[in-house]
Design a protein around this ligand. Structure first.
Ligand code: ZN
Length: 396
């Protein structure tokens, strides 16, 4: 089967690279992926794949039905770009000022189209279905496209049994990395307003100092990570913005603050929001201040299923060799909208290496100089195909 995959990838790769470059030239932001999704749908239809458009906004879904009935695996790619001015000197650099595929979603989309090209030729050997999901607005945390696609029924008809997605990553070309359990962080935001009472700076006893209360809130928040979380676990609670007071000799009546919370562990994620809320309320109360508190959930943790991760890892080892399949030691600190699918079905998210001599200082995503070595594209297709075929055909 590996030889057949290689042959089919070779047959289609020039077309896939051309599609990738075209999408790269015309980046579109979240929920505005009109041109990109039209192109995706056109390519799927050319392959004779049953295609649905406008799922969850600009999302596209293709369904490859195998020879025999069986399970359904969902393969996901994201399609949106970022509001960044591209600074590379690639011949196919962005033609749209202020927009760039700086997170490699053009590569993800073309890898999934390449996967569709290969798997549609292997239909007769597939037991079950392959659902190809091209999602909008991955970059729009906390209102990414995955949730809207799920609301539009992407996990049903046929019901999805497993899901798989990849992200290009600063790893050597030829390698993939993954881990079971959390692989991408949960990234939340907090908003705090502390209200005291103004008075002359020389008569502080006449007022209620919101700045003093804020200082204690900030200090006390630091004890969540240092004193309340198991030292073997980790989390981030950072206040990044603070605003308050009006004049050097006036006791401030209001302070507003904003911060970020990063969570890497399901157990910690369930307790931290309440810990923050409690500290803010109780410290403000101790100082006689009123307060407002808002905790805004971003994408949840992306959690890889233990059993499926092992299966997928074995498929990768078959096509890439053991040395090229890395077990990641810890999750990455960014959030990922694929987490939404992973909440409902056993899922695996993995990282695809893109680093070679041509881009070794330019592999960091969300960067105007970001460059992907396109030799990663056939590796992405091969790993997707191998994992999907094994997942469906190895069933009893
Ligand atoms: Zn991304």
């Amino acid at each position: 089967m590996i030889d057949r995959l290689d042959a089919l990838i070779k047959k289609n790769i020039d077309k896939v690279i051309a599609i990738r470059r075209d999408i790269h030239e015309y980046p579109e932001l979240g929920m505005e992926e009109f041109r990109t999704s039209a192109k995706v749908a056109e390519e799927l239809e050319k392959l004779g794949i049953e295609t649905q458009k406008n799922i969850g906004g600009t999302g596209v879904v293709g369904l490859i039905k195998g020879r025999a009935s069986g399970k359904t695996i969902l393969l996901r790619a994201d399609m949106d770009a970022l509001p960044i001015d591209e600074l590379t000197d690639l011949e196919y650099k962005s033609k749209v000022p202020g927009k760039m595929h700086a997170c490699g979603h053009d590569v993800h989309t073309s890898i999934l189209l390449g996967t569709a090209m290969v798997l549609s030729e292997l239909r007769d050997e597939i037991k079950g279905n392959i659902k190809l999901v091209f999602q909008p607005a991955e970059e729009c945390n906390p209102t990414g496209g995955a949730r809207y696609m799920i609301e539009d029924g992407v996990l049903e008809n046929p019901k999805v049994d497993a899901a798989l997605a990849l992200h290009v990553w600063d790893l050597p070309l030829g390698q993939v990395a993954l881990k079971s359990g959390p692989i991408m962080a949960q990234s939340d935001r907090i908003f705090i307003t502390i209200k005291g009472k103004s008075s002359h700076g020389a008569q502080p006893h006449e007022g209620i100092d919101a700045i003093i209360a804020a200082a204690h809130v900030i200090t006390a928040l630091q004890t969540i990570v240092s004193r309340k979380i198991d030292p073997m676990d980790s989390a981030v609670v950072s206040i990044g913005k603070i605003n308050g007071g009006s004049r050097y000799n006036v006791i401030a009546d209001t302070v507003s603050m904003e911060g970020t919370v990063r969570l890497f562990d399901a157990k910690v994620a369930t307790v931290i929001p309440d810990m923050i809320k409690e500290i803010v309320a109780n410290v403000c109360n101790a100082f006689g201040c009123e307060h407002e508190f808002q905790y805004v959930n971003g994408y949840p943790l992306t959690i890889n299923d233990d059993v499926l991760t092992e299966e997928v890892k074995n498929s990768f080892i078959k096509v890439l060799g053991e040395d090229n399949v890395i077990t990641a030691q810890r999750p990455a600190s960014g959030g990922e909208d694929f987490s939404e699918f992973a909440k409902y079905v056993p899922s695996v998210f993995y990282w695809l290496g893109i680093r070679t001599d041509i881009n070794k200082d330019k592999c960091v995503i969300h960067n105007p100089n970001f460059v992907v070595d396109e030799k990663a594209i056939p590796i992405g297709i091969k790993t997707m195909c191998a994992a999907a075929l094994d997942c469906l055909n190895n069933e009893d």
